[in-house]
Design a protein around this ligand. Structure first.
Ligand code: VGL
Ligand code: ZN
Length: 233
C-alpha cells in the first residue's frame, strides 16, 4: 500500500504528453486504450509541484501527414532532409476537435503548456527537440523545455501520456540527453505498436529496448513513490 498523500521531491516534474482527442478512441490516430490513461494521469498530477503539458499541434498540410506526399499512405515512411519520417493520418490540426486535450484531463492554470509540431516542414515527437534533433519547440515566453526545467531546479522527469512508442519515448530519450533522470509510468501511457520494417519486432518493443539502454525506468503508478524515493509508511 502506498500513502495517498505522498509528494514527489521538488526536483521532479510530471510531463503529460499529448493527452489529446486524436490519440484516443474515435480520434484520427487513435491509440488502443488511449483514454484509459486519463484517470491515472489525473490521479498522479496532484503529487507534483510542476506539471508540463505537451500538445501536438500541426498546420494543415503538415509534412508528417501522408496526405501531403503523393502516393504515400499512413504508416509508410518518407525521407525528409533531416532523416526518415513515419507518415501519419492527418491529426491534431490546429483548430480541430482532435487537437484538444481529452475532455476529462485535468488542466490547471499553473501547468506549463508546450505546443510542438507547429513547423510545417519538421515533425516534433518530443517537446525537447524536433525530429531534426536541432530545432527546439518554445514556450510562449521563448524558453525551451530544457531551459524551463533547469530554471525550476528540475533534475528528474516522470513521463505519462501518448503514445509510448513515439512521443512519450522520444521525450524520454531527449531528456536523458539533456541530463535528466527519467521515469515512465507504464499504466499512464499506451503504445501505437507499429510493425518494424524487418518484421522482427514492433515500435513498442524497440522503444522498450532504447529506453532500457538509456537507463530509463518504466514503473507502475503504484510503484512510483518508491521509485522516486518517497518515504513509505
Ligand atoms: C504522435 C505520431 C504523430 C504521438 C504525434 O503523440 O505519439 N505520434 N504525432
Ligand atoms: Zn503529430
Amino acid at each position: 500500500m502506498t500513502n495517498a498523500n505522498w509528494t514527489a521531491p521538488a526536483d521532479t516534474a510530471l510531463i503529460i504528453v499529448d493527452a489529446q482527442n486524436d490519440f484516443c478512441p474515435g480520434g484520427a490516430l487513435a491509440v488502443d486504450g488511449g483514454d484509459e490513461i486519463i484517470p491515472v494521469v489525473n490521479a498522479l498530477r496532484d503529487h507534483f509541484n510542476l506539471v508540463v503539458l505537451t500538445q501536438d499541434k500541426h498546420p494543415s498540410g503538415h509534412c508528417s501527414f501522408a496526405s501531403s506526399h503523393d502516393g504515400k499512405a499512413p504508416f509508410e515512411t518518407v525521407e525528409m532532409p533531416y532523416g526518415t519520417q513515419v507518415l501519419w493520418p492527418d491529426h491534431c490540426e490546429d483548430g480541430s476537435e482532435g487537437v484538444k486535450f481529452h475532455k476529462d484531463l485535468i488542466v490547471q492554470d499553473t501547468d506549463l503548456w508546450l505546443e510542438k509540431g507547429t513547423h510545417q516542414d519538421i515533425d516534433s515527437y518530443s517537446g525537447f527537440y524536433e525530429n531534426d534533433q536541432k530545432t527546439q519547440p518554445r514556450f510562449a515566453n521563448g524558453k525551451t523545455l530544457t531551459e524551463t526545467l533547469n530554471d525550476a531546479g528540475i533534475t528528474r522527469v516522470v513521463l505519462t501520456g501518448l503514445a509510448y512508442d513515439f512521443c512519450v519515448g522520444w521525450h524520454g530519450l531527449d531528456a536523458v540527453k539533456d541530463g535528466f533522470e527519467v521515469v515512465v509510468v507504464d499504466d499512464a501511457t499506451r503504445a501505437i505498436g507499429m510493425p518494424t520494417e524487418d518484421g522482427q519486432s514492433d515500435s513498442k518493443q524497440d522503444m522498450d529496448a532504447q529506453l532500457a539502454q538509456n537507463g530509463v525506468k518504466v514503473v507502475s503508478a503504484a510503484d512510483l513513490p518508491q521509485t522516486l524515493g518517497v518515504p513509505q509508511p
